[in-house]
Design a protein around this ligand. Structure first.
Ligand code: FMN
Length: 178
């Protein structure tokens, strides 16, 4: 990738992965991106569970009825959790981390997709967060925001088409200003 504009144009959600493993070096780069993320008041209230075990990935792919199945074929799942008692803006902090991991993945030529866990439900009706906690032994004080699926891209995706930019959502100086 030559520059940041190209990176953000090319990053598209990837839900199809090859069987190729992710190198140790790339895993370290992904986790460095997570640990370098900005956080309000530097509270760094997050904790990450890096999953490469196939059986566990399979279990995580069932964390909710829709939109998580591809986790089973990902080389890696990065489970983004945070402690709400350690920061009132844990959702923002964990979201910043989630997108930085995705951008780092793109920079490494890897595909990724955000799997929303917070406010989502397992097919049984149990909160997806509770299901994930059970699977991974996550302590009670942590909440799971997202799981970032990462792997080698299994298909081509077109870069973002700038024709679709919603410029009408940009307001100059006041709402409705042009
Ligand atoms: C907060 C958030 C939650 C998302 N949750 C899911 C999800 O659970 N499953 C999924 O397949 N994609 C999920 N996505 C990916 C979006 O569907 C995707 O980013 C959007 O459709 C735009 O497509 P693109 O990423 O390819 O540009 C999520 C994205 C965000 C930012």
């Amino acid at each position: 990738m030559n520059n940041f504009s190209e990176l953000i144009t090319n990053r598209r959600s990837m839900r199809k992965f090859t069987d190729e493993k992710i190198s140790q070096e790339d895993v370290v780069s992904l986790m460095k991106a997570a640990l370098m993320s900005p956080a309000s008041k530097r509270s760094n209230e997050w904790q990450f569970i890096v999953v490469d075990d196939k059986e566990t990935l399979q279990k995580l792919s069932h964390c909710k009825a829709h939109g998580a199945a591809f986790l089973a074929d990902a080389a890696l799942a990065i489970v983004v959790t945070a402690d709400p008692l350690a920061s009132d803006v844990w959702i923002e902090d964990a979201s910043v981390v989630s997108i930085l991991i995705q951008l780092q993945a793109e920079d490494l030529g890897l595909g990724s997709c955000w799997v929303q866990v917070r406010e989502r439900f397992h097919a049984s009706g149990v909160p997806a967060d509770e299901y994930v906690h059970e699977v991974l032994d996550i302590p009670l004080q942590l909440q799971t925001l997202s799981i970032i699926a990462v792997g080698h891209k299994g298909m081509e995706r077109k870069p973002f088409d700038e024709e679709h930019l919603q410029w009408e959502k940009i307001h100059i100086n006041k709402y409705g200003g042009k």
